[in-house]
Design a protein around this ligand. Structure first.
Ligand code: ATP
Length: 241
């Protein structure tokens, strides 16, 4: 209902063929929040996002958006209901222009004037995309492609943005820049986000609440402030001991 979480997973299990990749995942994203899922390589972070976005059907459990079950819906329907996925590795269309890539993000919408306004808004957050609007996306740097992937997802006007390791392959400086914009999008536009990251430092600084994923299971959760103070998190995820 309206008072409940925006997005909720209950006891979700997903397989790749015979391989159980995530087991008994339960988590919640409240409206207006950034929630992070931390975990090492192969822990199952991408699998959680694919299960939410409908790319992968869970074997068990429920995924609910505003109380409505969405598990086993097709990905384009999930987008129309308000969940946009920024995949790992960005997956921009390299031969299309930056502008056309952005326009692709607006495919579920019919409100053309509002799309134009949102495009200008995205250019406000990512001025380099405006400068390069007519260049093929494949000519952008890794950081710029990440910006494009986020911008494209925003053009669907999502209720929930799923971010898969936005820090991947970027220099520390660019990571800072991208995460600053992620925070602004949350603060200024109220975009709710589920952020999966291997970079625990930046994820805990950015998000409100966090879950720790190990071998397909959630082993710990709490406010990011509390997680940062945890001895285990400091030792195994922040490399401080
Ligand atoms: P990464 O940061 O490497 O993407 P991750 O935490 O996102 O790691 P997942 O990609 O969700 O991890 O993978 C979870 C588990 O599922 C891993 O053991 C992985 O080897 C396995 N897996 C992922 N994709 C497939 C696939 N297409 N077929 C078979 N097994 C897979």
């Amino acid at each position: 209902g309206p008072g409940g979480p925006l997005l909720k997973l209950s006891n979700v299990e997903s397989y790749y063929g015979p391989i159980l990749a995530i087991r008994g995942i339960s988590l919640e994203l409240a409206r207006g929040q950034i929630v992070t899922v931390l975990g090492a390589n192969g822990a199952g972070k991408t699998t959680i996002l694919k299960t939410i976005s409908g790319v992968l059907d869970p074997e068990k459990g429920a995924v609910e958006l505003e109380g409505r079950p969405i598990q086993r819906m097709a990905p384009d329907r999930v987008v129309r209901l308000g969940i946009s996925h920024v995949p790992e590795g960005r997956e921009v269309f390299p031969f299309l222009s930056v502008l056309d890539n952005l326009r692709m993000g607006a495919f579920p919408r019919t409100d053309r004037d509002a799309v134009q306004r949102d495009l200008e808004k995205v250019f406000g957050y990512f001025p380099v995309l405006k400068e390069r609007a007519h260049q093929p996306a494949g000519q952008l740097s890794g950081g710029q492609q990440q910006m494009l992937a986020i911008g494209r997802a925003l053009l669907a006007r999502p209720k929930v943005l799923l971010l898969d390791e936005p820090s991947l392959g970027l220099s520390p400086l660019l990571v800072k820049e991208i995460f600053k914009i992620i925070r602004r999008l949350n603060d200024e536009e109220g975009v709710s986000m589920l952020l999966v990251e291997q970079n625990a430092h930046i994820a805990l600084e950015t998000a409100h609440y966090g879950y720790v994923l190990e071998v397909g299971r959630i082993v710990m959760d709490g406010t990011c402030r509390d997680l940062m103070k945890s001895d285990d998190i400091q030792e195994f995820y922040l490399g401080m001991k």
